[in-house]
Design a binder for this molecule. Structure first.
Ligand SMILES: Cc1cc2nc3c(=O)[nH]c(=O)nc-3n(C[C@H](O)[C@H](O)[C@H](O)COP(=O)(O)O)c2cc1C
Length: 632
C-alpha cells in the first residue's frame, strides 16, 4: 500500500481505538436533516448541558442516520467498558434530560425507547439489531458507517477501512480500475442505469484537456433522500469514490453539485473536503502518488432541472440551468466544453467498495440482473418512513410491508410511485413487481434514484397528476415550448376537471399531450406526462367518474366536495373552528355552520374533530321524490 496512505490509516486507527477504549460511556446523537426536523439539535444540547451540570464523565458526539427516520431523533449509548451499545429512538428534547440521567447516572437501559442492541447483550431483552424487522434482509455496504461514525471526523472513516479502495486504485492502471468497475456491473444510480465503467472509459479516452468530474447531488425527486443520507452520514465515501474515478479517468478537478435545499449535506461535504485536503488526500501529488485532484463543493441553483446533467453543467458554468440537446455528450463537451463525467452520489460511493473488495464480491449479493445493492427511501401513507439498503430483486410488497411497516392505520394501498415525478404511478395490483430496472422500463417508466411513495384510498389520482404535472411545469426550464406549454396545458385541463368542469374530450386531449411531449428537448419534458399516461392506463375509471359524474371516489377534490357539520353537539367543534385557517367554521344563533365560500377543504377540522365535520359530494343528486306510480 502507498506508504503515506498507510501511515494515515494507521494513525487514524490508533486514535479511533484510543477513543473507543478510553473507558468513558459514549452518547451519540444522530444529527441529520430528518432528525433535526424532530428537534435533534435540542436533544443534543440538553444532553450536553445535563452531562456538564451533573459532572458526568462521558463522551457526547454526533452520528449520521441509521435509516430509522420515523423514529428520529435516534441516539446510541455505548457503556463505559464498551460491552454494549444500544440504539434508541424518539429521544425528543422533552425526554432528553431524563434519558441521560437514566442511561448515564443510573446505568439503566430504557426499554420503552430502545430500538435494538447494536453491540453486546441487553439486560432488558432488547432485540439485536440484525433481528429487528427493519434490518432483516438489508445488506448495508454503502450504509456500513451510517449511524456508526462521526461524519465530521475523517479518522473515523479511515479507521474503518476508508481509503483502502483508493489505495488499491493507486496500485492499478486506469484501464485495470475501469475493468474492475465494468466487471462489477455497476449501473448509474441516478435513474438511467448506464454502466459506470463505460462512462469512465469515455472520459479516459477523451483527448481534450482538462477533464472534469461532476458528482450529481441535486436529488430533487420528492420522496427521495438516499443521496442526502450518504452525504450527511458518510461524506468521505463520496470523496473516495471521486478520487478513484479521477485516477481512472485522468480528471484533475471535480465538483460536487449539491441541491440548494440540502444545507446540512453541503456543510458536511465542505467539512469532509477540507479534512481530506488537510490529510493530503486532495490537492497536488496526493500521498506522494503524483495524482493531482481538486474538489469543489458547489451549492445548486435550487431548480429540479439542474439535476439533469447538461442543465447541471450549465449551472456550474455560470449560466441558467437549462438542459441542452445531446449529443454532444458530457464526455465530449461538458464543463466549459471540456470532457466531463457526471455520476450520481451513490454511483461514486460504490467505487471504494468495488476497489476494496473486488468486483466479484460486490456483485455477488444477489442473482438479480442488476448488480449490487441499492438504497431506497420509503414514504407516503405508510407507518415507517425510512431509508434502506437492499439487493435488487426484492418485491415492492416487501418494501412496503416489512420495511415500511405496512400502510398507516385506516389506509388501504391504492398505488405507488417509484422513481420520482417523471416516472409515473402504478396500481396496488403491481405491488409484487421486483425492485429492478427492467420491469419499470417495460411499463414505460423507470425505477429512478431511490424514492418510493405509497398512496392510499384518500389520494385522488386526478389530484396526484395535477401535483406532479404542476411540479414538472414549475420546474420546466422554459427553453422548449413543447415542455413548458404542454405541461401548462395539461395542468389547466386537470385543474378544471378537479373543479368539476371536466369534459368528455379531456381524456383524448391529455392523451394527445402525452404523445406530443415526448418530442421535448430533454428528458424532463419527454417524461413530464408519464404520470398522466400511466394514470390513464391504470386508473381511467376514476377520471371518468370525475368527469361524467362530477364525483371524486377519493373524496378530496376540493371542487367536487363540500364540508358540513355532522354533529352540532360535538364538544370538539370549537377546536375545529379554531384550527380552520380561513375561519370558515362559525357559530350562529342557529348553531355551527361552514361558510362554503371560505372553506378550502384542507381537512384540518376533520383531523381535530373527526366526528363533527363530514364530507359530502358537492354535485350529489338529491334523492328523487317517489312518483305516484311508484308509491302505488
Ligand atoms: C429532470 C431531470 C432531473 C434529474 N435529476 C437528477 C438528480 O437529481 N440526480 C442524479 O444523479 N441524476 C439526475 N438526473 C439524471 C442525470 O441527468 C444523469 O443521468 C445522472 O446524473 C448520471 O449519473 P449516473 O450515471 O451515475 O446515474 C436527472 C435527469 C433529469 C432529466
Amino acid at each position: 500500500m502507498n506508504a503515506a496512505l498507510q501511515s494515515l490509516i494507521t494513525r487514524a486507527r490508533e486514535s479511533y481505538e484510543a477513543w473507543l477504549t478510553n473507558g468513558r460511556p459514549k452518547v451519540n446523537v444522530c444529527i441529520d436533516t430528518s432528525s433535526l426536523a424532530r428537534g435533534a439539535d435540542e436533544t443534543l444540547r440538553i444532553i450536553r448541558e445535563t452531562v456538564a451540570r451533573e459532572g458526568i464523565d462521558a463522551d457526547i458526539g454526533i452520528i449520521g442516520s441509521w435509516g430509522f427516520c420515523w423514529m428520529e431523533p435516534t441516539v446510541t449509548v455505548r457503556t463505559a467498558g464498551g460491552t454494549r451499545t444500544i440504539l434508541y429512538g424518539n429521544v425528543t428534547p422533552d425526554r432528553a434530560e431524563e434519558f441521560v440521567r437514566r442511561v448515564l447516572v443510573d446505568g439503566e437501559e430504557v426499554p420503552e425507547l430502545a430500538i435494538a442492541v447494536v453491540e453486546g447483550v441487553s439486560n432488558e431483552g432488547i432485540v439485536p439489531l440484525g433481528e429487528h424487522p427493519f434490518m432483516q434482509g438489508q445488506v448495508r455496504r454503502l450504509m456500513a458507517n451510517c449511524g456508526i461514525i462521526d461524519p465530521e471526523n475523517i479518522d473515523h472513516y479511515l479507521a474503518r477501512g476508508g481509503y483502502e479502495g483508493f489505495a488499491n486504485a493507486l496500485e492499478r492502471t486506469p484501464e485495470e480500475i475501469i475493468k474492475e468497475v465494468l466487471d462489477s456491473g455497476l449501473g448509474g444510480r441516478g435513474g438511467g442505469g448506464f454502466p459506470t465503467g463505460r462512462k469512465w472509459d469515455f472520459l479516459r479516452t477523451a483527448t481534450a484537456e482538462p477533464k472534469y468530474l461532476v458528482c450529481n447531488a441535486d436529488e430533487g425527486d420528492p420522496g427521495a433522500w438516499v443521496n442526502r443520507i450518504l452525504m450527511e452520514s458518510d461524506p468521505q465515501l463520496v470523496i473516495e469514490g471521486m478520487l478513484i474515478a479521477a485516477r481512472a479517468t485522468g480528471a484533475r478537478e471535480g465538483y460536487i453539485y449539491i441541491r440548494y435545499e440540502y444545507p446540512l449535506a453541503f456543510q458536511r461535504m465542505k467539512v469532509a473536503v477540507a479534512q481530506a485536503y488537510e490529510r493530503g488526500l486532495l490537492g497536488t501529488n496526493i500521498c506522494g502518488s503524483g495524482l493531482d485532484f481538486d474538489l469543489i463543493v458547489f451549492r445548486g441553483a435550487g431548480s429540479y432541472v439542474c439535476g439533469e446533467e447538461t442543465g447541471l453543467m450549465s449551472s456550474i458554468d455560470g449560466y441558467r440551468g437549462m438542459p441542452r440537446i445531446k449529443p454532444p455528450f458530457p464526455a465530449q463537451a461538458g464543463l466549459w466544453n471540456k470532457p466531463t463525467n457526471v455520476n450520481n452520489v451513490e454511483s461514486y460511493a460504490n467505487a471504494p467498495l468495488i476497489l476494496r473488495h473486488g468486483a466479484a464480491w460486490w456483485s455477488s449479493v444477489s442473482d438479480a440482473k442488476d448488480k449490487g445493492t441499492k438504497m431506497f427511501t420509503l414514504s407516503g401513507a405508510i407507518k415507517q418512513m425510512g431509508c434502506i439498503e437492499i439487493p435488487f430483486g426484492y418485491p415492492v410488497r416487501r418494501l412496503l410491508e416489512q420495511y415500511g411497516g405496512g400502510m398507516r392505520d385506516g389506509s388501504v394501498l391504492k398505488g405507488f410511485q417509484p422513481g420520482g415525478p417523471l416516472s409515473g404511478i402504478l396500481p396496488a395490483s403491481e405491488i409484487d413487481l421486483p425492485v429492478a430496472l427492467d420491469p419499470y422500463r417495460e411499463r414505460g417508466m423507470f425505477l429512478g434514484s431511490g424514492g418510493i411513495i405509497f398512496f392510499d384510498q384518500h389520494t385522488s389520482v386526478v389530484d396526484l397528476c395535477t401535483y406532479f404535472v404542476g411540479f414538472a411545469e414549475d420546474e420546466s426550464c422554459g427553453r422548449c415550448t413543447t415542455c413548458h406549454g404542454g405541461t401548462q396545458r395539461a395542468v389547466e385541463i386537470l385543474r378544471r376537471m378537479a373543479a368539476g368542469g371536466g369534459r368528455d374530450s379531456d381524456l383524448d386531449k391529455l392523451e394527445e399531450l402525452t404523445r406530443t411531449l415526448v418530442w421535448s428537448n430533454c428528458l424532463h419534458g419527454q417524461f413530464a406526462l408519464t404520470t398522466v399516461k400511466l394514470a390513464l392506463r391504470y386508473f381511467r375509471d376514476e377520471f371518468e367518474t370525475v368527469i361524467r359524474e362530477k364525483r371524486d371516489p377519493a373524496g378530496v377534490l376540493s371542487g367536487l366536495i363540500r364540508y358540513e357539520i355532522a354533529n352540532q353537539a360535538d364538544p370538539l367543534l370549537p377546536e375545529a373552528a379554531d384550527i380552520c385557517p380561513t375561519d370558515a367554521i362559525v357559530e350562529t344563533h342557529e348553531g355551527w355552520t361552514i361558510v362554503d365560500e371560505l372553506c378550502v377543504r384542507c381537512g384540518a377540522c376533520r383531523e381535530v374533530a373527526p366526528g363533527a365535520v363530514r364530507v359530502v359530494e358537492r354535485f350529489a343528486q338529491p334523492a328523487a321524490e317517489p312518483t305516484a306510480a311508484a308509491a302505488r
